[in-house]
Design a protein around this ligand. Structure first.
Ligand code: NAG
Ligand code: NAG
Ligand code: NAG
Ligand code: NAG
Ligand code: NAG
Ligand code: NAG
Ligand code: NAG
Ligand code: NAG
Ligand code: NAG
Ligand code: NAG
Length: 567
């Protein structure tokens, strides 16, 4: 980011106070009286976390991270807006005394304002700790401490202070809106077959409501934790009008219901939507059928197990600002490509080109993406979602560098990211097949593979998938096979070593891709595309600020930061 964009960022931050700030999606009051409000957001790729602390005082404010909840060992910032302008310092506490200013200033002040008896302090730091006096922020709950004074004379205070434990990086709000209720969509006494992998599908009506409701929380409802691997709920198109229960993907109507609405994977917990969005249900749309898909993983092939698992949906009639929806992106699940055995790090790619969305929708809009769930099977090791605009990669929408099949969940992005119509999203999956001796084909079973990223976004569109698949005709001819059976023989008979694996991977990536957009009514648009190159994820640098030490008014702060960032 250059100095100019930083200035623009600061100015826009000043003007957008009334609206939801996409960079600060999370919010908690730290005290019971609601005098201290913390908003935050983070950038997982850059390794930074942004805070905005609003305190009902015109004196100094202090905020920090504490190992045990007290002052000792705490990593603290103190700031305010006094007679001589604003002040802000990175400090640490050695006991119940005035925290000592750190030699190294690792917090970057973005602004401090004071008006109507309220002080607002916005600042940023690295997620990791950069010196011995700072604490690292992890995926676990951390004790936040705060204190504030009634004047700008910073002194130790017994009152106006407190502590609250919050998981900043894996935050799920726990709100209970008025009139909230829940319903379950589950299997009922289903006899799990004695086979290793079984997908059971149940097409059923959701409860009906006279007017639209918003689902704001989805919880797993699992009766056999050792057997149920994942549960997915898909919305059916209006053409599906009868309930049905059967093995998945064996009957036509099952294949019709493909619009992902809710997901839960083993190891995951409840998922709660941000306050400005809800998944719509009910209203004047008539009866909508949904397909519940439960994946049973029964490696012991136990017989006689009965299961009633599914999902629990909490909803409210108090509608939120936006309808949310889920978009499936990635690689179409089909057996047209295979991952070779003995590969340490093999990539597959799925391209979503949003430029084609207007081909299936009359009123398309940009996507505000807030959460994602990545999905591969057993050999998946990493999943990254690259974000491209006008031919250039501008970001990673999300990345999981330590993908674990046993621990899948919907994760918040840390900020609301805008995918503009025309942007491309590239889902890259990395697999390890060192322990395998045979090809791993794309497919539904856990021993086969997938490469998917489900994006949670608003405002909702009648869209179900944006995915791609390599052109298998091109793949065959590039590999010198005249037809499908000759290609299969060649694939199965190939000596897979580093050279041949690499060559095959490059072919798979460089050939043309079939890019498919599907709407909620099964209309599809078929297009072509090429796989762009993904950047390497930068390692998060430590943040240092020479600016913060001095007392600065906003304008000199801008100048200081601009000069600082220019180098
Ligand atoms: C802020 O503090 C003042 C003085 O203590 C109090 O009158 C006011 O109600 C407080 N405001 C909020 C929002 O708590
Ligand atoms: C499911 O099984 C339980 C226990 O056998 C039984 O009590 C219950 O009535 C069954 N439910 C249905 C809908 O068959
Ligand atoms: C399979 O059987 C083993 C040994 O009886 C047991 O420890 C394990 O939990 C079982 N796994 C499942 C998924 O039932
Ligand atoms: C999509 O499908 C619906 C129902 O099948 C149809 O009425 C509509 O015209 C289709 N829209 C487009 C853009 O093809
Ligand atoms: C391969 O198998 C060995 C032995 O079971 C195991 O220790 C190793 O972690 C496996 N490697 C991978 C990449 O799964
Ligand atoms: C989605 O389709 C339904 C049925 O045609 C329609 O009522 C609704 O307005 C559409 N939603 C959007 C966001 O376009
Ligand atoms: C796949 O590529 C072949 C040429 O290699 C081309 O004829 C065919 O139209 C392509 N298929 C699709 C679906 O784009
Ligand atoms: C596929 O190609 C092979 C090798 O050229 C040939 O022997 C075989 O007859 C072909 N099979 C079909 C079904 O065309
Ligand atoms: C597979 O390869 C072996 C030698 O590596 C060869 O003898 C055999 O004919 C091949 N099979 C096919 C079907 O091409
Ligand atoms: C990989 O296998 C091919 C074909 O068997 C062989 O020509 C090549 O030398 C092997 N490469 C390596 C690095 O082992």
């Amino acid at each position: 980011m250059g100095p100019l964009s930083l200035v623009l960022l600061l100015l826009s931050a000043q003007w957008s106070c009334a609206q939801e700030d996409p960079l600060l999606p999370f919010s908690e009051h730290l005290d019971p009286e609601h005098n201290v409000r913390l908003k935050w957001g983070f950038d997982e790729i850059q390794g930074t976390i942004l805070f905005e602390l609003t305190v009902n005082t015109s004196g100094w404010v202090g905020f920090g991270f504490s190992p045990k909840g007290g002052m000792t060992g705490a990593d603290i910032v103190i700031g305010g807006f006094g007679p001589k302008g604003s002040y802000f310092t990175d400090r640490h506490a050695v006991g119940n005394s005035l925290p000592v200013v750190d030699q190294q200033q690792n917090y970057k002040l973005l602004y401090i304002t004071e008006s109507d008896g309220k002080t607002v302090m916005k600042f940023q730091r690295s997620v990791e700790s950069c010196d011995d006096n700072d604490l690292s922020i992890t995926n676990l709950p951390i004790k936040l401490i705060y204190a504030y004074g009634q004047s700008d004379d910073i002194e130790y205070h017994k009152s106006r202070r407190g502590t609250k434990e919050v998981n900043l990086l894996k935050y799920m709000p726990r709100v209970t809106p008025p009139n909230s209720k829940y319903f379950d969509m589950t299997m009922v006494n289903f006899s799990v077959p004695a086979t290793q992998t079984y997908y059971h599908c149940k097409i059923m009506k959701a409860p009906t409501f006279d007017r639209k409701q918003h689902i704001y929380r989805i919880e797993p409802f699992i009766t056999n934790l050792d057997l149920v691997h994942h549960a997915l709920l898909y919305r059916c198109p209006p053409s599906v009008t009868v309930p049905l229960e059967a093995q998945c993907y064996t009957q036509l109507s099952i294949n019709e219901c493909m619009e992902t609405t809710a997901v839960w994977g083993v190891g995951g917990g409840a998922f709660e939507l941000p306050e400005m969005a809800g998944l719509p249900i009910g209203g004047n749309v008539g009866d909508v059928f949904y397909r519940l898909e439960v994946h049973y993983n029964n490696p012991n092939k136990s017989a006689g197990r009965v299961d009633s698992s599914g999902l629990r949906f909490y909803y409210t009639p108090e509608l939120r600002q936006h309808d949310a929806a889920v978009l499936g992106t990635g690689l179409v699940v089909a057996a047209g490509y295979a991952i070779p055995p003995k590969a340490k790090s093999f990539h597959t790619y799925g391209l979503c080109d949003t430029a084609y969305i207007p081909k299936v929708l009359e009123t398309p809009n940009d996507l505000q993406v807030f959460s994602v769930m990545m999905h591969t099977h057993l050999t998946g090791r990493k999943v990254r979602v690259g974000h491209f605009r006008e031919g250039k990669q501008i970001d990673f929408l999300a990345a999981d560098e330590n993908y674990d099949f046993e621990y899948q969940e919907v994760t918040n992005l840390g900020q609301t990211k805008t995918v503009k119509l025309g942007d491309k999203l590239l889902v890259e999956c990395t697999y390890n097949t060192e322990n395998r001796t045979k090809l791993t084909w794309g497919g539904l079973s856990t021993s086969e593979e997938m490469c998917l990223a489900f994006l949670f976004y608003y405002p909702a569109m009648n869209l179900s998938g944006c995915m791609s698949f390599p052109n298998v005709t091109t793949l065959r001819s590039e590999m010198g096979s005249p037809n499908q059976s000759a290609w299969l023989t060649m694939m199965n008979n190939m000596t897979w070593n580093d050279t041949s694996i690499n060559q095959y991977q490059q072919t798979l990536k460089k050939i043309d891709q079939l890019v498919i957009i599907a709407d909620s009514f099964k209309n599809m648009s078929r297009n072509t595309g090429m796989i762009p190159d993904l950047k390497v994820i930068p390692s998060a640098p430590c943040m240092r600020s020479g600016c913060a030490i001095k007392s600065l008014a906003l304008i000199s702060l801008l100048l200081c930061l601009a000069v600082h960032w220019a180098y």
